[in-house]
Design a protein around this ligand. Structure first.
Ligand code: GDP
Length: 196
């Protein structure tokens, strides 16, 4: 699966626009500003496939990128940005509810992106639960690794593990979208979960 061969396919703002063609789907979720767009851009080796720094809340859409014509990278709308309107929050909730209710069987792998420097938020926990309920394998990506000193990494990972109640079997991957650490591991894990 060549992640460098990536193309934008569609933004779905309504459930009618979700893609249902049977190809594997990797669903990426994370709170606004956690670096989700940067992680996606790092994976595909492009600067601007996913739009970094997109004004949070303005784009309550599910974005589909086709990878190597064989799988989708699904960019779910970010959450947890304080300064969005109530109407926007409701749009987000409605879209995500239909996504997780109706698309659950289509999610090949869930990728939850958290900030390695912080305890996962209540919203991160909700998202983690939604992924768990789909029964799909989940990879938790702890982004912004470059911002920590070496000695801080293990305790930080431990806090993420404890807060999300991960077991030894769950995958937690330290990552830096900025520097590229973890990229090859994440690609390998995604390829594994979709059966090669
Ligand atoms: P999104 O809202 O989750 O899509 O987050 P963005 O990808 O727009 O990133 C938010 C900010 O965090 C930007 O200023 C990025 O440059 C920065 N950022 C993202 N990933 C990393 C990382 O791994 N390390 C560092 N130091 N900064 C990062």
């Amino acid at each position: 699966l060549n992640f460098a061969k990536a193309e934008f396919v569609r933004s779905a703002g309504r459930r009618e626009d979700f893609i249902r063609d049977g190809l594997p789907q990797f669903a990426f979720a994370g709170r606004s500003n956690v670096g989700k767009s940067s992680v996606i851009n790092r994976l595909v080796g492009r600067k601007n496939l996913a739009y970094v720094g997109a004004s949070p809340g303005k784009t309550t859409q599910v974005n589909y990128f086709l990878i190597d014509r064989r799988a989708y990278l699904v960019d779910l709308p970010g959450y947890g940005y304080a300064r969005v309107s109530q109407a926007e929050k409701e749009r987000w909730a409605k879209l995500m509810e239909s996504y997780f209710q109706e698309e659950a069987d289509r999610i090949t792998t869930g990728v939850l992106i958290v900030d390695i420097r912080h305890k996962p938020t209540a919203n991160d926990l909700v998202m983690h639960d939604w992924f768990r309920q789909t029964g799909c394998p989940e990879i938790v990506v702890a982004n912004k690794l470059d911002k920590l000193k070496k000695s801080q990494v293990e305790p930080a990972l431990q806090l993420v593990r404890e807060t999300l109640e991960l077991t030894e079997a769950d995958i937690l991957l330290p990552f830096s979208a900025e520097k590229g650490m973890g990229k090859e591991d994440l690609i390998r894990l995604l390829v594994q979960t979709c059966g090669g």
